[in-house]
Design a protein around this ligand. Structure first.
Ligand code: ADP
Length: 430
């Protein structure tokens, strides 16, 4: 039965935390939205939520309206409690992605209220990815947050680096800070500082510069019903199945596989370029989709099926962007924007290919992954072998046409992974 329940404010954040929890010895299942915490229409949930040590609910709430984010998070909390979870973790981005209204503050307030809990910690630090907090200031590698590229983020521009100042306008609770010297004085000192009556009801931003600091924070907050932070905070947790928490793959070597790359990010472009000389491939062209959507998708899926027959050892690659000029700069008048069109097409390809026998899918792109998971009607992902930081294989039961199929799925945020990930990821599926 799961005891640790996490609520993540976006999809790739959920898999990031889940991968970390598996490494820390928690058998971990990601539930796709609060609905997935209820029994599926076919009466099964696979992988089974009840067998997990930790369940991470993946929401799409980071930039949703505040009321919607709070509502989704509270539904997730209710579902996690019903499964038996007793400790909770609200996971947000290590760059504290939020607006002056939320959603980190309002969701934290609502979760504390629902749990009847008095106070919690705010720990965005994730040293392995260069995010550290010192004197309450959030750094991205060598830069303060508001001097990093996050200053110009289209949805959540971060124009301050003081985490307490970012949080204050988002919460009805007092916000306090605890400095590195208290963390470095050890668990007991930090616990005493957090228990200080002066911090009643507060959200406390805690400094952390390296993984040992995060371990101290995890130790000192073991009794709090709720902690909040980035995936880094999980570095300090210890689960009940060290060394044996990975879900076993559902597919076998040689089973049909495919790479679907819908991301245009620099890392994915390099991965596509690397794979072009090594894997059979076809480019998905937005203009062709506009001319005849169905025929284009059928052509691509037919190509993949031919490859499975003629060249079974190499999973084909369907991609949209190999060079920056492949990104459609301007939508023709009255036409559907390329981004939505491509997401729809790759989702349709995924569903058709799983129906045709695909048992291993590697998907590149955060939004693309969301579209594929929705099309496959995958409700829960049992996290298995890691592929790269923040990327892991997961077993899932998909039912794109109503018939349940068990398969292995890897969802990669555009910028994650090494150059050879499209050819190397399969070797972890053993
Ligand atoms: P990332 O994780 O790199 O941000 P996403 O999948 O989240 O990747 O976002 C990439 C977006 O770019 C998707 O909406 C995808 O449909 C869109 N896209 C892919 N190819 C093209 C293209 N040729 N022109 C315009 N948009 C594209």
């Amino acid at each position: 039965m799961p005891t640790l329940g996490a609520i993540a404010d976006d999809f790739t954040g959920a898999t990031d935390l889940a991968t970390m929890l598996v490494a820390r010895g928690f058998r971990t299942v990601v539930a796709v939205g609060p609905d997935a915490l209820e029994t599926s229409p076919s009466g099964t949930d696979h992988p089974a939520l009840a067998d997990a040590d930790a369940v991470v609910v993946a929401l799409k709430s980071r930039t949703a309206p505040v009321e919607e984010a709070v509502g989704l998070s509270l539904r997730a909390l209710g579902g996690l409690r019903a499964l038996g979870c007793t400790r909770f973790y609200f996971k947000y981005c290590s760059t504290f992605d939020s607006t002056p209204r939320g959603n980190i503050g309002p969701v934290t307030d609502a979760l504390l209220d629902a749990l009847g809990a008095d106070r919690t910690v705010v720990v965005p630090s994730f040293p392995a990815t260069g995010r550290t907090v010192y004197r309450g200031r959030l750094f991205v590698h060598d830069d303060l947050l508001d001097e990093s590229p996050m200053r110009h983020h289209p949805l959540t521009p971060m124009r301050d680096s003081r985490v307490d100042r970012l949080l204050e306008p988002q919460t009805g609770r007092p916000v306090s800070r605890i400095g590195l010297e208290t963390v470095r004085a050890g668990e007991d000192t930090l616990r005493a500082a957090l228990d200080d009556p002066a911090r009643a009801g507060a959200l406390t931003v805690v400094d952390a510069v390296d993984d040992r600091d995060l371990a101290v924070i995890a130790g000192a907050t073991g009794e709090l019903p709720l902690v909040t932070g980035a995936a880094g905070l999980a570095v300090g947790l210890v689960g009940p199945h060290p060394g044996e928490a990975r879900a076993r793959p559902a597919s076998r070597p040689g089973d049909p596989g495919v790479v679907l790359a819908g991301s245009a990010s620099a890392a994915t472009r390099a991965q596509v370029a690397h794979a072009l000389g090594r894997l059979p491939h076809r480019r998905l062209d937005p203009a062709a989709l506009r001319t005849d959507f169905d025929a284009t998708v059928t052509g691509l899926t037919g190509f993949v099926r031919d490859c499975w027959r003629t060249d079974p050892g190499r999973p084909p690659l369907i991609y949209t962007v190999a060079a920056p000029e492949d990104v459609e700069a301007r939508t023709p008048d009255g036409a559907e924007p390329a981004a939505a069109l491509v997401e729809r097409a790759l989702a349709r390809c995924a569903a058709a290919l799983v129906d045709a026998g695909a048992r291993r899918l590697l998907v590149a792109g955060g939004e693309t992954s969301g579209a594929v998971v929705t099309a496959l009607r995958a409700r829960t992902l049992g996290i298995g072998a890691p592929i790269a930081p923040g990327v892991a294989w997961a077993t899932t039961e998909a039912s794109p046409t109503g018939r349940p199929v068990t398969l292995d799925l890897a969802l990669k945020s555009g910028n994650f992974g090494g150059t050879d990930i499209f050819t190397q990821a399969w070797e972890q599926l053993v």
